[in-house]
Design a protein around this ligand. Structure first.
Ligand code: UDP
Ligand code: MG
Length: 334
């Protein structure tokens, strides 16, 4: 058990590790052994105290047992297990909130982000004194066309919402200093989207470029439904402009209606009226559509206000190998 400068005293007096590596893991039985194989020599070679916080996001395959077995060989691997799948960002939250390190790196479990960049990130942060080091994908040619184009649209939109300080194609591979982690922890966010929140904090930052590799094994754990959810969370977390869009749409339709009303009166005065079924029908459809869009947008925000008011935690930790208070599953050594 460690203790950090800002965390409560939770056990003995060992100093906090310099580095925590947070890895969100969901059904990664194929990729995990390969990831550990590549990650461990790099971290051992750093010659500093470190911990790897593996956050098992409610995996339903052999991942939990695999992690317990891996931990026996690698004591620096800490296991945090969720009771159920709560999503990538929730897993990141748990990792960040529970990491003990003075620097915290988050990295995917599928080796798409090269762990070889971690020493470079740490060096930049320690020598340059910056609080955040972004991993930016310089080349996404290994991603499928669909992923590439949706990612391009996502970053285009987000840069317009969050501002130019958000680096394009910086995903969740990044290093944060203890100060940045504590700042994130102090935010009351219910559904945090870290790739937007981190640049928004305004800490000094540096960038490391890397080529996005192919997923080492298994399939993506981000189906379209989760991508849409991340997109909606990102937009509504950071901007009320969709609500404003509803106002603009309403105004535009009002102007169109005004023009149509003048036109209709003009035709009426000329005694040139036709049954008018089509114009009525189109008008009705148009207004109905606009109203539904606006209602939907309002609903998105109301739904989020509702869940913020409920303020339910975004995850439940079933087991933490670093916390003696949680129950160890059968076969998990402390
Ligand atoms: N992940 C997670 N919970 C989820 C979905 C994904 O913890 O509900 C993890 C996953 O194990 C991986 C990372 O998040 O470590 C990124 O997921 P993935 O590689 O499947 O996404 P992609 O690279 O295809 O966008
Ligand atoms: Mg991936």
């Amino acid at each position: 058990m460690y203790r950090t400068s800002t965390q409560e005293h939770v056990g003995d007096d060992r100093p906090a590790p310099l580095l925590s590596v947070v890895v969100p893991i969901f059904n990664e039985e194929e990729a995990l052994p390969l990831t550990v194989q590549r990650l461990r020599p790099i971290l051992d070679g750093l010659d500093v105290e470190y911990e790897v916080v593996g956050v098992d996001d409610g995996s339903t395959d052999a991942t939990p047992q695999l992690m317990v077995a891996l931990r026996r060989e690698w004591p620096q691997l800490r296991i945090i297990r969720f009771r159920r799948n709560s999503g990538h960002q929730a897993a990141l939250t748990a990792g960040l909130h529970n990491a003990f390190g003075e620097y915290v790196v988050s990295i995917d479990a599928d080796l798409q982000d090269p762990p070889e960049k971690i020493p470079e990130m740490l060096k930049l942060a320690r020598d340059g004194g910056c609080d955040i080091v972004y991993g930016v994908r310089s080349d996404r040619s290994t991603d499928a066309f669909f992923k590439r184009s949706t990612a391009a649209a996502y970053y285009w939109l987000m840069r317009r919402l969050v501002g130019k300080k958000m680096p394009s194609h910086a995903g969740d591979f990044r290093l944060l200093s203890r100060a940045a982690v504590d700042a994130l922890k102090s935010l009351p966010e219910n559904q945090p989207v870290y790739r937007l929140l981190v640049p928004w904090l305004g800490f000094t930052s540096a960038t490391v470029y890397y080529e996005r590799e192919e997923r080492v094994a298994g399939t993506t754990k981000y189906p379209l439904s989760k991508m849409i959810r991340l997109g909606l969370d990102s937009v509504t977390n950071f901007s009320a402009s969709p609500l404003r869009l509803a106002t603009w749409l309403g105004m535009a339709s009002f102007v169109v209606c005004l023009v149509l009303a003048v036109y209709t009166t003009f035709r009426y005065c000329l005694n040139d009226t036709v049954p008018g079924w089509s114009s009525l029908f189109i008008g009705m459809l148009f207004l109905g559509g606009v109203q539904l869009i606006c209602l939907g947008l309002l609903g998105e925000y109301v739904g989020r206000i509702y869940s913020a008011v409920q303020s339910r935690p975004s995850y439940f930790i079933g087991y933490d190998s670093a916390d003696t208070a949680t129950e160890a599953p059968a076969g998990a050594g402390k």
